[in-house]
Write a new protein. Structure first.
Length: 294
């Protein structure tokens, strides 16, 4: 799987660029992908249509948007671009507007960019990393902040940002009610079983419009929380799109997604939990504690 250093070309970085609105901001990020030979112009149009159809779910953290669309013939290779706006722009996301950083993701397949997104999640969750992106004065400084010159990757990202998780001290070492009966929790688990709880299906779905961008980002952060709890062997987290999620919802314990995508999904017969900041382990920790009554 590709790392950030493989996917962010220095020529695909633009700093302090003016944009009149969110469409112009996405177009800037898409034009960089075109210039880098990663996409054609039709992919940029598709990224804009995605927001028009599904809402501003791509604004996944305060001031940060991850623009993307479904892969097709307009994607020539997997790549990322980076735009820092001269002035913040409103995307229509009440929780995370206004946006100053826009990255565009072009994914040629469903797996090549997963490690890069995991690393990006770690950078954005780290206050120092985010400050470095906000203050970088050259493309090289952006790449350094993204960890492109270091060892940043999925392993580092899975441990990044853990200090922000509230109440993890004394968290369950493993699943109790959520764990499969055939594989009981190790001793020391401190979960209290909710009398209204039902047997776990051992599956959580993270959902976005295309299943390859923000849903993977959310999956990465949720897996970091499960790693901290010691629950990773009990629960599977799968990233998917809205169409697949509607068909698979009843296979899962819960769906984690944005408010815009939750509106698109409607009533799917399973609890849908809205996540505002996809980089926040603390927010996802609290949601999973509600879902599994721990």
């Amino acid at each position: 799987m590709s790392q950030l250093s493989d996917l962010v070309d220095p020529t695909a970085i633009l700093l302090d660029a003016p944009a009149q609105d969110w469409r112009a901001a996405i177009r800037l990020s898409g034009d960089l992908l075109v210039s880098a030979g990663a996409t054609t112009g039709s992919y940029t149009d598709a990224m804009i249509r995605t927001v028009e159809e599904h809402g501003p779910y791509i604004v996944i953290a305060p001031g940060f948007a991850l623009a993307h669309a479904r892969p097709d013939d307009s994607v020539l290779r997997t790549a990322l671009s980076f735009v820092r706006l001269a002035e913040p722009v409103e995307f229509g996301n009440q929780a995370n507007d206004p946006v100053t950083l826009v990255m565009a993701l072009a994914a040629a397949d469903s797996s090549a960019h997963q490690a890069a997104l995991a690393a990006l999640a770690g950078v954005l969750a780290d206050p120092e990393g985010r400050r470095a992106l906000d203050s970088a004065s050259t493309p090289d400084e952006v790449l350094t902040a993204l960890g492109a010159y270091g060892a940043a990757g999925s392993a580092d990202a899975r441990t990044a940002g853990t200090a922000q998780v509230a109440g993890t001290e004394g968290a369950p070492a493993s699943a109790t009610a959520a764990a499969p009966a055939a594989d009981p929790a190790p001793t020391g688990a401190s979960a209290v079983v909710d009398p209204d709880a039902v047997p776990s299906k051992n599956l959580i779905l993270t959902v976005c419009g295309n299943g390859l961008g923000t849903s993977l980002f959310l999956k990465n952060t949720a897996e970091q929380v499960l790693d901290r709890w010691g629950w990773s062997s009990y629960l599977d987290i799968q990233a998917t799109d809205t169409i697949s999620a509607k068909g698979r919802a009843k296979e899962a314990d819960a769906i984690l997604t944005s408010g815009a995508i939750a509106d698109t999904l409607g009533d799917v017969g399973v609890r849908v939990e809205i996540i505002e900041n996809f980089t926040s382990q603390a927010e996802i920790d609290a949601v999973l504690r509600r879902v599994y009554a721990v």
